[in-house]
Design a protein around this ligand. Structure first.
Ligand code: PXG
Length: 465
């Protein structure tokens, strides 16, 4: 029988972990050799591991704990809903109050084209719903040949069969037969890699990158293209912030060919970019919007799809039964937490806090970090940020791939008590939206120390020219 939390040592937990728990996106043997760091508790923007180390969580759990840890409004909402009704389904002409109330609230806080929601429990399930729903929409309209969904390389849309297919991660496509037929990828709008060398300004490059979508639509035949999907800012891909010209041009192209626009807001939604949703920051009007993570600040699994009126009207008025759904679609406890979370985002005015206060402040301190000898580029959007580590700052030369400079830097972050993600040579952050200016100073001081330590390693090991 498992023993209680406190009666085991860290080493005992690590041994049990290695013996039984297959972690996501993990080299199982490598982790078993090293042992996991076991996180025991959290408050506000800080975590503590089982050894008592305090860690500043600059990744909000995994891009999700928007309101920070320890918010009693969410905890109380979950416990009272567990007592009243821990579960009931929404399949057979039944509903629960929290699911209805959250659907109503989401219709209020999302852009005006959204009046309906389809619930699931994760971003991956949301994107599976997207694939089935866009194809169903075109079938109902008598255009069943409109099957193709265009996505982008280095996108992340989840880990289910549809999610990994929509995503553009090479490592995922190399395993298990993704992408499934009917999903194609264009190049991502990453100026540093694809625009800078060509001598394009960011704005010029944004239009060029959007043009790749038009070329793909024309190559496939517009009559065969169902939808385009993209994250407003690619999160897991390394916080790739598109030029301001990109999304408006994407919108114009999709409008011209009648192609549906899907905004995957799993990371960008609920305040992360300084607006309620990333599509508002970047100025486009999606037909569907996938959400998860920030809807409950990660306190409990919940995700889904906001369905725009263009699609909802067709499915409701002409579609008949839509043969799709999950046991936990509209889970009452998850929805009760979602309600408390969205209400708290409003009460604390966190979207404005990001837009007017801590977002601009993060941009300012990141601009200062750009002066560090290891940093070739520093970018932020709201409370997402990326530092590109380069070998030669003046020329912007990247490190050789085998150096894995990002992993070296991440190792220092781990030891210094700040959590950043390394995506290739990009060091990225997405701290809780409740972070204060003083805490940003504390976070940046830790990051600067890690950059210095990484630079010292690079010098000692001869990785610099
Ligand atoms: N869309 C986007 C844009 C995401 O970021 C998903 C869909 C899938 O959500 P679920 O809830 O099914 O995981 C995500 C998830 C990382 C990392 O390493 C990012 C995610 C998940 C795991 C790791 O940055 N994003």
């Amino acid at each position: 029988m498992p023993t209680s939390h406190s009666s085991r040592t860290t080493a005992e937990w690590q041994a049990a972990d290695a013996a039984h728990f297959l972690h996501p996106f993990t080299d199982f043997q490598g982790l078993a050799r090293k042992g996991s760091r076991i996180i025991a508790r959290a408050d506000n923007i800080y975590l503590w591991d089982t050894e008592g180390h305090q860690i500043l969580d600059a990744m909000s759990g995994l891009w999700c704990v928007n309101v920070g840890y320890g918010q009693t409004a969410l905890i109380d909402a979950a416990t009272s809903q567990l007592e009243a009704l821990p579960f009931y389904n929404a399949f057979f002409q039944t509903a629960t109050q929290p699911a209805i109330a959250l659907a109503e609230l989401l219709a209020q806080v999302t852009p005006p084209q959204f009046r309906h929601v389809f619930f699931g429990s994760s971003g991956s399930e949301g994107n599976d719903t997207v694939v089935r729903m866009v194809r169903r929409y075109w079938e109902v309209l008598g255009q069943p040949q409109r099957q193709i969904i265009i996505s982008r390389r280095n996108a992340y849309h989840g880990s289910t069969v549809a999610g990994s297919s929509l995503g553009g991660m090479e490592g995922m496509h190399a395993q298990g037969g993704a992408p499934v037929p009917g999903i194609v990828h264009i190049q991502q709008p990453y100026w540093w890699e694809h625009g800078r060398a060509a001598g394009l300004s960011r704005d010029e490059f944004g239009r060029v990158a959007a043009g790749w979508l038009e070329a793909e639509i024309l190559a496939r035949g517009p009559e065969n293209v169902a939808a385009f999907i993209g994250e407003p800012v690619q999160g897991a891909g390394g916080v790739i912030i598109p030029p301001a010209t990109y999304w408006p041009e994407i919108q114009r192209i999709c409008d011209r060919y009648g192609v549906l626009v899907v905004s995957d807001e799993v990371i960008c939604g609920f305040g992360r970019t300084g607006s309620w949703f990333g599509c508002q920051t970047f100025g486009f009007k999606p037909d569907l919007m996938t959400f998860a993570k920030g809807v409950t600040s990660g306190y409990i699994p919940l995700g889904g799809v906001m369905v725009g009126e263009r699609i909802a009207r067709v499915l409701i008025e002409q579609g008949g039964e839509f043969n799709h759904g999950y046991t936990y679609s509209g889970h009452p406890v998850a929805c009760a937490v979602g309600l408390a979370n969205v209400n708290l985002l409003r009460k604390l005015d966190l979207v404005r806090h990001v837009h007017d206060d801590v977002g601009p402040y993060l941009a300012q301190v990141f601009a200062e970090l750009a002066g560090h000898p290891l940093v070739g580029d520093a970018e932020t959007c709201g409370l997402m940020g990326a530092l590109l580590l380069v070998k030669d700052k003046a020329r912007g030369t990247p490190f050789a791939p085998e150096v894995e400079i990002g992993m070296v830097c991440r190792g220092h972050c781990f030891a210094q008590g700040v959590i950043m993600r390394a995506v290739g040579d990009r060091m990225i952050i997405a701290p809780p939206l409740v972070i204060t200016r003083t805490q940003i100073d504390e976070m940046v001081a830790l990051i600067r120390r890690c950059l210095d330590l990484t630079l010292a390693d690079a010098q000692a090991r001869g990785w610099l020219d």
